[in-house]
Design a protein around this ligand. Structure first.
Ligand SMILES: [Fe+2]
Ligand SMILES: [Fe+2]
Length: 474
């Protein structure tokens, strides 16, 4: 195990205090980060004590420390999983050769682009979520929001560390630009379009943490396979934190569903209008939010056929999620079947080189992972004796990237014409009225243990504490 310096300010295991050059670079970057946090981070609550988890080591047991901290004083750490002696490339043309500890010159630009694209999403989500504290449904949820936010801030540190430590001058410039682009900014937007949409209500927040953070999980899983070892080790540790973000999404939506079921029992009705009058979110509306966020998260995987993806794979930069589970890690002559959409909207199967299909392969693994939570939500519904099933829409539904873009499909995947889509889309995704209704429910509840009327309490609190613990001291 590497020596871990618990530097007071920036807990790290990269020997920060003995690396003067890196230390100076990060010291120069930090003031910009702090002013970004105060301007673009959570609105309000910055002077309050929040019960937060801080990464303090990479030990499987005891990596996290829980205590009250004011968000601007959060100790944004830099942690890489320990080096595995003798690690070799696990896939691509370099399979079996020793991994790289330094950036190979010929892949410098590709690697920098991968790191910058990942790094850009981290502060973007903090910006997207910055107003949500004003409408938190409970102190417990408020704390979870801030936990996600500070960890995304730490993930930015993780990527900036790689840029500063391995990319010299252009790395430093990219690190500055990560603070200059802003979500939704007309002149300098974030790189990926989903990260420019504001997350205006808590339904969207729970869907974002369930579906979009899970895309993050899959991107990190692919980068964790990288033959550039420092990137792999950084991403492996980030995955540890990311799990909690998806937990917030899964349990958040589960609690919304539970509350809807309680209200249905109370009013003895499954009429959505009646459920809304009683202040809960009806299950068909939950389904519409899922349809919206699931489809937009899938777009983040990129085109279904991609020479970039093939290059990343061939050169050992980005593997498949859980590369271990495959037998063939070179896939030089292997093929893969994807769908193609013909002029008339009908579907045909196309066979392409597998290396060009890496985005679809990752996306389909992601879809399977998404379905695990869906099955848990359906168990809650079945237990209440209600006849309703949440379903992930077809991978074809409402896509703007890849083979399905420019065509229209129902959630079941049936092709439809544009005018049918226009006439029926609000049966499938939230209408302006639906969003206005959800927004009307968004009222801040901050008494310890109390919940807004549209969401059930969680089964348990954070770190074995009670649900009514004072997670944020106001
Ligand atoms: Fe993250
Ligand atoms: Fe996250």
């Amino acid at each position: 195990m590497s020596t871990i310096l618990t530097d007071e300010k920036i807990p790290n295991n990269v020997n920060l205090s003995s690396d003067r050059r890196l230390q100076r670079a990060l010291e120069a970057w930090q003031p910009g980060f702090l002013s970004w946090w105060s301007e673009m981070g959570p609105e309000g609550f910055q002077t309050k004590d929040v019960y937060l988890r801080t990464a303090v080591s990479v030990e499987a047991n005891g990596w996290a420390h829980f205590d009250y901290v004011k968000m601007p004083d959060y100790r944004w750490g830099i942690f890489l999983e320990p080096r595995q002696e003798g690690r070799v490339h696990g896939f691509g043309d370099f399979e079996g050769q020793p991994v790289w500890d330094e950036v190979p010159g010929e892949f410098r630009n590709l690697l920098r682009r991968l790191i910058v694209t990942q790094g850009d999403t981290e502060p973007a989500s903090v910006e997207q979520q910055r107003m949500l504290g004003q409408t938190a449904p409970s102190l417990y949820d408020l704390r979870n929001l801030f936990q996600v936010n500070v960890e995304e801030g730490r993930h930015l540190w993780a990527m900036v560390y790689l840029l500063h430590a391995y990319f010299g001058r252009d790395g430093r410039e990219e690190a500055e630009e990560l603070l200059e682009r802003h979500s939704g900014d007309r002149n300098k937007p974030r790189i990926l379009s989903t990260f420019n949409e504001p997350i205006a209500d808590w339904m969207s927040f729970f869907c974002f943490t369930y579906f979009t953070d899970r895309d993050g999980k899959y991107q990190l899983k692919m980068l964790a396979e990288s033959g550039f070892d420092p990137l792999s080790r950084t991403c492996r540790f980030m995955l540890t934190e990311e799990a909690h973000h998806m937990f917030v999404g899964e349990t958040g939506l589960g609690r919304v569903i539970k509350r809807a079921l309680e209200v249905m029992e109370e009013i003895k009705s499954d009429d959505p209008a009646a459920i809304r009058r009683a202040g809960a979110i009806d299950l068909p509306l939950v389904q519409k939010y899922i349809n919206f966020w699931f489809s937009s998260a899938q777009d983040l995987f990129g085109s279904d056929t991609s020479t970039n993806a093939a290059n990343y794979f061939a050169n050992g930069l980005k593997g498949r999620p859980d590369e271990d589970q495959y037998e063939d890690h070179v896939v030089k002559d292997a093929t893969y079947e994807i769908e193609e959409v013909l002029e008339d909207g009908s579907i045909k199967i196309a066979t392409i080189p597998m290396r060009n299909a890496m985005n679809v392969i990752a996306r389909r693994a992601y879809v399977k992972d998404c379905d695990i939570g869906v099955q848990r939500w359906n168990r809650i519904i079945r237990k209440a004796g209600v006849d309703f099933e949440i379903k992930l829409p077809s991978e074809r539904f409402r896509r703007t990237v890849g083979v399905y873009a420019g065509h229209h499909f129902t959630p079941e995947g049936q092709p439809i014409e544009a005018h049918v889509w226009e006439a029926r889309k609000h049966e499938w995704i939230p209408s302006p009225e639906d969003r206005a209704f959800v927004s009307s429910l968004m009222k801040q509840v901050i008494e310890p243990g109390k919940m807004a009327g549209w969401i059930a309490p969680p089964d348990r609190g954070i770190n074995n504490l009670a649900v009514d613990y004072e997670y944020v001291r106001l």
